[in-house]
Design a protein around this ligand. Structure first.
Ligand SMILES: [Zn+2]
Ligand SMILES: [Zn+2]
Length: 91
């Protein structure tokens, strides 16, 4: 894979937001993730914190018994929605 911007440069990774190839010059290292420098840094950074925050909240929710029924209701609705969305494509 080559860099999206400099086609003759080998990419070191790809952007988490847009999946473009990034060389060391174009990549912004966000710890264990890469993003387009000055373009998707904020996007990748915010999704990163959002995901880790969601994991933390759901692990807390699982311990609170009063939130569990609503969690299952949400999951049921999500599966139902997924089924409705996928069916027209597979047939
Ligand atoms: Zn990007
Ligand atoms: Zn580059």
């Amino acid at each position: 894979m080559h860099c999206f911007t400099y086609h003759d440069v080998e990419a070191v990774g790809m952007c988490e937001a847009c999946c473009k190839g990034l060389c060391a010059q174009c990549a912004s290292d966000l710890g264990h993730r890469l993003a387009c420098k000055r373009e998707h840094e904020k996007v990748v950074e915010s999704t990163n914190t959002l995901v880790s925050r969601n994991i933390r909240i759901s692990s807390i929710n699982m311990r609170g018994s009063f939130i569990v029924p609503s969690f299952y209701a949400f999951m049921g609705a999500a599966f139902l929605l997924e089924g409705l969305l996928i069916r027209p494509l597979s047939t």
